[in-house]
Ligand binder design. Structure first.
Ligand code: NAD
Length: 266
C-alpha cells in the first residue's frame, strides 16, 4: 500500500490518533501537512515525518472556522502544489473543561458540533474545488464507535459522531461524479489524551475507595467491552487510513468502517 509522494493533510495531527495517521502515511511515502490548533506538538510530529525521509508542513488551523481551513488548503497548495489526501481527524469531547461536567452543557453541544461535524464540512468544502478540478482525491473522516451507539452522559459527543458518519455519506454521494472517494473510520477505544480525560471524568463519579488510575480504568473498559480483548492504537487507524486512500480502495466510497476489536457490529 505505497503512497509515494502523495500530499496528505491530517487535521488534529499533533496528538493521539492524528499522530499515528501522520506516521503511517509518512512511512508509506506521503508528505504530510499537520494541521492543528496545537502548533508546538504539530512541530514535533513534523520532525518525525522528516526523520522518516518525507516532507512536512505545520499549519496552525482551527477546523471550526472555514477561513482557517481555507488557509490550511492554500498553505498546502503554496508549499506542494496539490492536495491528494485530506484526513479530517480533529475532534473534541466538548467545550472548555468538558471532563469536569457530569453531562454536557450547551457549550459542549456547540463545540462538539463546531469541531466534530463542521470541522469535517469545512475541510471538505475548502479542498473540494481543487480535487474536483483534478478529478481525483481521497478523503477520510474520523468518527467513532460512539456514533453507532447512544451514550447517556456523552450524548453530545455521540450525536456529533453519528452526524459525522452521515455527513461522510452525503459528501461521498456528492463527490463521486468527480472521482473523489469519501470514507469514514469509527475507532473504538484508544489511549490518547482524549481518553485520558474521559477516564478522569468517569472516575470522578466513582467512590474514592474504588478509584483506580485513569489508565487502569481505561483497560477495564477494554476488558469489559472489546471481544478481541485488546485496545486499538493510533497506528491501527493509520493503517486503515493508508488503505482507504490507496489505489487498492478505488471502488470503496461512502463507507463507515468500525475499528473496534468487535465491540459494536452495526
Ligand atoms: N481516543 C479514542 O478512543 C477515540 C475513539 C473514537 C474516535 N476518536 C476520534 O479520533 C479523533 C482523534 O482523537 P484523539 O483521541 O487522538 O484526540 P486527542 O485529543 O488526543 O487529539 C485531538 C487533536 O485534535 C486537535 N484539535 C482539537 N480541536 C481542534 C480544532 N478546532 N482544529 C484543529 N485541531 C484541533 C487537538 O489539538 C489534538 O491535537 C477525534 O475525532 C476523536 O473524536 C477517538
Amino acid at each position: 500500500m505505497q503512497l509515494d509522494d502523495r500530499i496528505a493533510i491530517v487535521t488534529g495531527g499533533a496528538n493521539g490518533i492524528g499522530r499515528g495517521i501522520a506516521a503511517v502515511l509518512a512511512q508509506r511515502g506521503a508528505h504530510v501537512v499537520i494541521a492543528d490548533i496545537d502548533g508546538q506538538a504539530a512541530s514535533e510530529v513534523a520532525r518525525s515525518v522528516e526523520k522518516a525521509g518525507r516532507k512536512a508542513l505545520v499549519v496552525e488551523a482551527d477546523v471550526s472556522r472555514r477561513t482557517s481551513t481555507d488557509a490550511m488548503v492554500a498553505a498546502t497548495l503554496a508549499a506542494f502544489g496539490r492536495v491528494d489526501i485530506l484526513v479530517n481527524n480533529a475532534g473534541v469531547g466538548g467545550g472548555k473543561e468538558w471532563w469536569s461536567r457530569t453531562t454536557g452543557n450547551s457549550g459542549d453541544w456547540d463545540r462538539t458540533y463546531a469541531v466534530n461535524v463542521m470541522g469535517i464540512v469545512h475541510g471538505i468544502e475548502s479542498v473540494q474545488g481543487h480535487m474536483k478540478e483534478r478529478r481525483q482525491g481521497k478523503i477520510v473522516n474520523i468518527a467513532s464507535t460512539a456514533g453507532r451507539r447512544a451514550s447517556a452522559w456523552f450524548a453530545h459527543y455521540s450525536a456529533s459522531k453519528a452526524s459525522a458518519i452521515n455527513v461522510s455519506q452525503a459528501y461521498a454521494l456528492r463527490l463521486a461524479p468527480f472521482n473523489i472517494n469519501v470514507n469514514c473510520i469509527c475507532p473504538g477505544l484508544l489511549w490518547t489524551p482524549l481518553w485520558e480525560k474521559i477516564s478522569e471524568r468517569r472516575l470522578s463519579t466513582v467512590a474514592a475507595a474504588q478509584r483506580v488510575s485513569p489508565r487502569e480504568f481505561f483497560l477495564q473498559q477494554v476488558k469489559a467491552n472489546v471481544p478481541l480483548g485488546r485496545e486499538q492504537t493510533p497506528e491501527d487507524v493509520g493503517k486503515l487510513t493508508a488503505f482507504l486512500v490507496s489505489d487498492a480502495a478505488r471502488n470503496i466510497t461512502g463507507q463507515s468502517i468500525n475499528l473496534n476489536g468487535g465491540s459494536v457490529k452495526n
